[in-house]
Design a protein around this ligand. Structure first.
Ligand code: NAD
Length: 251
């Protein structure tokens, strides 16, 4: 896939799926804007991209803070002149708990980062894309956005919300030719999942047992789906939630 002369913004780009996707866009020729709440991880990723001759900047941004996101889009546009692509990927997991034992604070955190964070990003990216009258966006949901997952109520609610937001904005912006889709990864080998395997080994062992392909996904397998959704090959795809989950939801 060729993304030469394109500008792609990726949130949560300091680690896991976001970092891998930023590298994939850069390798396909795009100028990339890496955003993350973690400054060190962003600096590390950007240095590595620049050392390989790619065009990249890193911006510290907490997606739960609307003014941070507004500044992020402004800086991306002042640096590269436009915004062609956005992957709203920043997200986090919360402790696995039966709802009767769960903390309200964890529910609020899941909604603030995974759902309101995506809303903040969509709002400011679409302000810019509306001016340009073009652009394409992928939001990161999950297989927990398409099915209930026991003991993960807050996370599941946040990821279902991302799909609702994706469909609504896809309808709002289709008349301008701006496409908005969601990617729904199954369990993928990233620092987030490694941490869950340490803190919730029984839950994670049960989850992995349910994956028909019999293994965790790889970050690059999610990145390639995101690049395809952003490519002209997916030009007639909008408002869609694409499962990349080793067959998890086929059952
Ligand atoms: P990860 O923990 O490796 O990376 C997430 C990144 O998001 C981190 O760099 C973190 O610093 C950043 N982040 C967290 N809160 C932020 C905030 N408020 N503002 C800006 N950045 C923030 O996780 P990952 O596994 O790569 O997950 C990426 C996305 O994929 C998440 O939305 C996650 O819910 C989703 N997802 C992951 C899996 C999986 O199995 N790994 C499965 C389905 C969906």
């Amino acid at each position: 896939m060729d993304f030469k002369n394109k500008v792609a913004l990726i949130t949560g780009a300091g680690s896991g799926i976001g970092r891998e996707t930023a590298f994939a866009f850069a390798q396909a020729g795009a100028s990339v804007v890496l955003a993350d709440v973690n400054r060190e991880m962003i600096d590390d990723a950007v240095q590595s991209l620049l050392a390989s001759g790619h065009s990249a900047i890193g911006i510290q941004c907490d997606v739960t803070v609307e003014t941070d996101v507004e500044r992020l889009v402004e800086k991306a546009v002042s640096e590269f002149g436009k915004l062609d692509i956005a992957f709203n990927n920043a997200g986090l997991h919360v402790p696995v708990r039966n709802i009767a034992d769960a903390e309200g604070e964890d529910f609020d955190t899941a909604i603030a980062v995974n759902l309101k964070g995506v809303w903040n990003c969509l709002k400011h990216e679409l302000k810019q894309m509306r001016k340009q009258e073009n652009g394409v966006i992928v939001n990161c949901s999950s297989n927990s956005g398409l099915a209930g997952i026991a003991n993960l109520g807050g996370y599941t609610a946040s990821k279902h919300g991302v799909i609702g937001l994706t469909k609504s904005t896809a309808l709002e912006y289709a008349p301008l030719g701006i496409r908005v889709n969601a990617v729904c990864p199954g369990p993928v080998e990233t620092p987030m999942v490694k941490a869950a395997m340490e803190s919730e080994p029984e839950h994670m062992a049960a989850v992995i047992k349910e994956i028909p392909l019999g293994r965790l996904g790889k970050s690059e397998e999610i990145a390639s789906a995101v690049l395809w959704l952003c490519s002209p090959g997916a030009g007639f795809v909008t408002g869609h939630a694409l499962s990349v989950d080793g067959g998890f939801l086929a059952k």
